[in-house]
Design a protein around this ligand. Structure first.
Ligand code: F6P
Length: 342
């Protein structure tokens, strides 16, 4: 029986268990035995794994998080990291490795492939910022959670005539902010792709008040920055891939709105709630399609590639293509969202 490994790295994301289940189930049909590598790349460095059979993946489709655990380990930070990965690959007698991740984890996957190892990628991130695929799984769930929060914030904002600033995740892009803002009927959406002009924000809120709407919802992506200022961070500590922890723009913005526009303002930071809990039906299906397709890629020997959603089809594209640049918010979609501002 050929052995395949599955590893997920980076932040957890609703749908990871659905992918793991799909790889194990399709793998069993193709006579592969699946080894679940624990804690991201750390597990491959340490040979920390468990054999996954049909029983281990039973009942996990709807569950959030990942049964494998995850980490932001970058094996190439260690001088001998590449060699250890190569050695463990052969010690475990892996026929191939399926890597589920965003740009950091898949960036490592590409380097591992360049060492001559058979790797297949699957795109995951709630941020939806990975190029080459129309969508990543996890995004739809994060948008649904943020939308529900915006719906709830509407009723309390309205009852108190307040401005409520909702800070959502997304790192360097405003996909979650744009989609949740659109779905939730936000009055202003602020994203990293467009520096925040405070005068404009106040003008939009004032325009709304002038037409008799005494409350407003402002959705801001954690990576958005006020024109001429730095991104707001909760900590300067960097992870193994050089990312600082974003957060705090909601508070800064609320202070500015209150002092410049004189509207009572409150802030809600959604944070990790956006990543927690079970995936939506859409994400369960997308993750399952990616998992089955990636296992078929292994069977076909299509390595150094990633399963990607193009239109309504899953296709395989070179990993390098997905890692070329970060996928920022489509300006056309944002322009459309602006129709509803103010
Ligand atoms: O990439 C997913 C994400 O949730 C980002 O939106 C966010 O900036 C980051 O991860 C938070 O990371 P951590 O899990 O380290 O708090």
């Amino acid at each position: 029986m050929k052995k395949i490994g599955i590893l997920n790295g980076g932040g957890d994301c609703p749908g990871l268990n659905a992918v793991i289940r799909a790889v194990v189930r399709r793998g069993a049909q193709l006579s592969f035995q699946t080894l679940g590598i624990k804690w991201g790349w750390a597990g491959l460095l340490e040979r920390d794994y468990e054999v996954l059979d049909l029983k281990s993946v039973s009942g996990i489709l709807h569950r959030g998080g990942t049964i494998l655990g995850t980490s932001r380990t970058n094996p190439f930070k260690d001088k001998d990291g590449g060699k250890r990965i190569k050695d463990n690959f052969s010690t475990l007698a892996l026929h191939a490795l399926v890597v589920v991740g965003g740009e950091d984890t898949l960036g490592v996957a590409l380097k591992v492939h360049e060492l001559g190892l058979p790797v297949v990628g699957i795109p995951k991130t709630i941020d939806n910022d990975l190029a080459g695929t129309d969508l990543t799984f996890g995004f739809d769930t994060a948008v649904s959670i943020a939308t529900e929060a915006i719906d709830r914030l509407h009723t309390t904002a309205e009852s108190h005539n307040r401005v409520i600033v909702v800070e959502v995740m997304g790192r360097g892009t405003g996909w979650i902010a744009t989609f949740a803002g659109l779905a939730g009927g936000a009055d202003v959406i602020l994203i990293p792709e467009k520096p925040i002009k405070l005068d404009q924000v106040c003008e939009l809120i004032a325009r709304r008040h002038a037409r008799g709407k005494d409350f407003s919802i402002v959705v801001v992506a954690e990576g958005a920055k006020i024109e001429g200022q730095e991104t707001v961070k909760t900590s300067k500590r960097k992870d193994a891939f050089g990312h600082e922890q974003l957060g705090g723009i909601g508070q800064t913005l609320a202070r500015e709105i209150e002092s410049r526009c004189d509207f009572e303002t409150r802030v809600t930071v959604l944070g990790h709630v956006q990543r927690g809990g079970g995936p939506t039906a859409f994400d369960r299906i997308l993750a399952t399609r990616f998992g089955v397709f990636a296992t078929d890629m292994v069977d076909r020997g299509e390595f150094g590639k990633m399963a990607a959603l193009r239109g309504n089809q899953i296709e395989s594209i070179p990993l390098a293509e997905a890692l070329q640049a970060c996928k920022t918010v489509d300006p056309e979609i944002f322009k459309m969202a602006e129709v509803f501002f103010g």
